[in-house]
Ligand binder design. Sequence first.
Ligand SMILES: C[S@@+](CC[C@H](N)C(=O)[O-])C[C@H]1O[C@@H](n2cnc3c(N)ncnc32)[C@H](O)[C@@H]1O
Length: 311
Amino acid sequence: MSIAEVYSGFATREAHGVSPAYERLALAVSRDDEVLALLGTLPPAKRQPNLLFGVVRLLGGPVEDPAAFHDWAVANWPAIAAEMRSRATQTNEAGRCAVLLPVLAALPRPLALLEVGASAGLCLYPDRYAYRYGDHQVGSGEPVLECAATGMAPPAGLPEVVWRAGLDLNPLDVTGPADLAWLDALIWPEHTHRRARLRAVAAVAAAEPPLLVRGDLVDDLPALAAQAPAGATLVVFHSSVLYQVPASRRAAFVEVVRGLPGHWIANEDPDVLRHDTLPEPPGGALNNVLALDGRPLAWTRGHGQAISWFA
Ligand SMILES: C[S@@+](CC[C@H](N)C(=O)[O-])C[C@H]1O[C@@H](n2cnc3c(N)ncnc32)[C@H](O)[C@@H]1O
């Protein structure tokens, strides 16, 4: 696929109906020979729209007006390219805890949580946030994570978590302003509610920072899992991570995680983590599948806004 096709595809498939600013911008870039040529100087994995737009926002450039974006991007290309080469898209969306909670709340207590691809570890605090499934609220913390749920009873309560650890190729530290600024820049322009939520969940994590280890989800998982306290249920989980992992390494990861004690929760696109049989997705952008120990349970929406239980 050409770079122009990547940007036009992003506009129509990802940004359409979600971010008018990014839809406009991605379409404009797909027709902008000068910016496309600059993107062509980067390695293929570093040319994605989310990375370009996040870096421009981080550096204070304009993303609302495509003409202003073009001029700014061309004038500031060396700085943009340097950031794109050194950074990766690693949005950390605590809203995903709302689709993990129904499974976490039903596992034997207490839990030792180990998230692979944890980013800043903001999904390691499912016991601290509050949730609203329709009219039903679970927990009393902040922020309140909203989730439209069908086909399931709301979780009875919050899990008890006695250990939380994250593994990431590049863990982010929300106790410092630099990484928080990058997480903020990755949130799409119109999503002010997600920006406010990021501040709230970062405060929760900063008050009791998780154990975050720099490492690979295949090579370094067994050693970190071995640190989990005895007497707690080890839960290895991941959400929107495996699309960043090559297929052969995904298979290696599944083998490693299946060999560990405890449970494994996956919330991933079924194109990257395959299941033998799945019902038709219900529509409404429910594109991920929640699975426990390899058994698919529900369709979920990317940022945890909705869950449709089918098991
Ligand atoms: C899109 S982010 C998702 C973060 C988080 N799971 C969430 O739900 O908000 C994917 C994360 O996976 C990490 N990652 C990608 N490949 C990895 C690997 N091989 N080992 C460990 N982490 C990896 C990236 O660094 C990034 O932080």
